[in-house]
Design a protein around this ligand. Sequence first.
Ligand SMILES: [Zn+2]
Length: 152
Amino acid sequence: MALEQSIDNLATALNRLAAALSDKSAEALAREQKWSEAKTESFPPEEKPLQHPDEDPKPKYTGTKCSVCGELQFDTPSGISCKNGHGGAAPATETAEPPIKLETVRAKLAKLAQAGKQKEVKALITSFGFKKLSAIPAEKFAEVLKKAEEIA
Ligand SMILES: [Zn+2]
């Protein structure tokens, strides 16, 4: 009877194995089903670049530059930052172009005056609403120079 017992045990084991195998193939079938469904949709489903979850996918540039390194700044959930990670750095006050100095404008206008264009120079300055060049605010210097070029 011991042999029969062993055969019974073996049969039970085989049945369990068969059940396990069929379970596995059912799982595989489900995966296949899922795959064929996915194939009918666009694949890959979404064009999404790998992105650290903490990172903002698209930096919202503020139009200012980092006063530490000069890189463009952008808004982050924790405040303003740049690509070098200078979070909270103040925006640089100066623009990309170096500021025009009064001396530069004065030299340019002096040259024009020496060339006999005193009237034009005076008209240019008064066209900005000022009597003297030194009264014109620095942010207008680029415009003054541009107009001076037109006279020359
Ligand atoms: Zn920076």
